[in-house]
Ligand binder design. Sequence first.
Ligand code: AP5
Ligand code: ZN
Length: 213
Amino acid sequence: KRLILIGPPGSGKGTQSPLIKDEYCLCHLATGDMLRAAVAAKTPLGIKAKEAMDKGELVSDDLVVGIIDEAMKKPSCQKGFILDGFPRTVTQAQKLDEMLAKQGANVDKVLNFAIDDAILEERITGRWIHPSSGRTYHTKFAPPKAPGVDDVTGEPLIQRRDDTAEVLKSRLEAFHRQTEPVIDYYSKKGLVANLHAEKPPKEVTVEVQKALS
Ligand code: AP5
Ligand code: ZN
């Protein structure tokens, strides 16, 4: 399967991805995770992306299309993939169609994590992550066994630089202005399944399974 996950910051894309990935043996390509790794490693890509990310704005289409094009060539992605956080502009969606058309492939389903903006600040400001595995926790909704520490490795958890109430406002603005048109783009192709992303994680997982069955 070739799946796309679209939703605003904190809607649960990263939380549901590992479950879908394991069930269908897909590779998980999250542009945000890849960009954060590039920023941490201070690569030329990371240096270019950092300023926009810190402000909660989108990184340029050329940069993200380049990293997705590269990542999709990995052998583990040949059977299918989950795109988490890509495409985020109509231009990115068109470029993706072109890349897939070259392989004679197409998008199978777009999962729309629909949720009210008002819920997202609490989700974002309470999030803690284990950077090397990508495991995500929440102080209230998904607390680690010991505060501030990853359940599996015992290593410290961190908060993302852009997970402040202030930066969230720009991220939401970017979502409504630039990414919502992408949902229309795929709706016209009949590919969108709408999820109730405000429900508890397990209930969202059931909706995902129904959408993909
Ligand atoms: P990115 O990393 O993609 O961030 P985002 O889209 O803002 O999404 P998040 O990762 O914040 O949310 P999520 O839906 O994964 O939520 P999660 O499951 O963790 O992008 C970051 C930046 O990179 C962008 O701002 C941009 O600058 C750049 N970028 C990335 N892709 C780009 C692209 N294609 N083009 C241009 N620029 C790009 O959940 C959040 C919290 O809530 C967690 O603590 C979790 O435990 C909790 N939670 C999850 N589900 C539930 C639930 N059902 N109930 C209660 N709590 C829940
Ligand atoms: Zn995420």
